[in-house]
Design a protein around this ligand. Sequence first.
Ligand code: SAH
Length: 346
Amino acid sequence: METKKKDIRALTKEQLREFFVQQGDKAFRGNQVYEWLWSKSAHHFDDMTNISKQTRDMLDANFVINHIEVDAMQKSSDGTIKNAVRLHDGLIVESVLIPAKNRTTACVSSQVGCSLDCKFCATARLKRMRNLNPDEIYDQVVAIDQESRLYHDRPLSNIVFMGMGEPLMNYNNVLKAIDKITSPEGLGMSPKRIVVSTSGVPKMIKKMADEEVKFKLAVSLHSAIDEVRTSIMPFNATFPLSDLRESLQYWYAKTKNRITYEYVVWKGINDKRKDVDALVEFCKFAPSKVNLIEYNPIDDGEFQQANNEALDMYVNVLEKNNITVTVRRSRGKDIDAACGQLANKA
Ligand code: SAH
């Protein structure tokens, strides 16, 4: 039986340099191969044209290059593109390209399925199968960047971790992927153009703050009242709002980066004045802004987008309290590519 070869992209640059030294070659060879693996996204050792055939064969005998395949691509009437991405073990995740006037955003997945149990989210029904590796996250970004150049004549400009999964429950790999995305040896993108969106894992928010990360943080809040939040996001019972609040204050104190709260207003769930008042109070704890996002139906009607009156009330009350609020429309709904609709349906 063939022994399982190691994925070469699990090695750091330093480890790759050491490997070549052990082989009696120059450490510099490690730099060359590293560049092929990351900034040039080579899928085969034979693509590495400045590496000798003998060395390529040696690499092939020792390692594999796991890479993703875009299995199916769907285009929405609004220009949004959804990729079903096949991983090396056959599992599928989804990522989305969202074109807008001045930017092109990639929405990427961090896990196959999700371990959280948000009642309004289609991904929650898939359960968590495994974490994505850094290269699998990175490759989604590369694929979207290529599509952006091909279909929209411009490179990708922004990345949001709002696809499948909870990024802070795959923290190490997400950070490693962001490292590659932002490093000049990878894609060289600015961390300021990356948003990590979390349901709110207080311990990990503090850890990120300690590490003084440079990307932006979004929190899917949806309610600032514990009882209501727990009813729609049951893990809130384990990570209550008081802990979340404390971690966000810590985040702001360390990073000076304001926080975005993502918030859907649902009929009969959080559309009353007391809900807005609680949100206003929550927003006062750390500089923040609110994105009111449209609900993308995934079920038989248990959740319904609140009416415009309720949305207007939210906007008015927030603005009166000097809290920045934006109302965002969904993109790619016709192909199930909008927030919370990623469930490997196509
Ligand atoms: N786990 C992370 C990232 C994935 S969800 C998080 O919770 O932030 C990305 C965003 O889509 C979150 O704000 C989430 O609350 C929102 N969302 C989930 N289901 C939705 C739906 N059906 N309609 C609109 N937004 C939804």
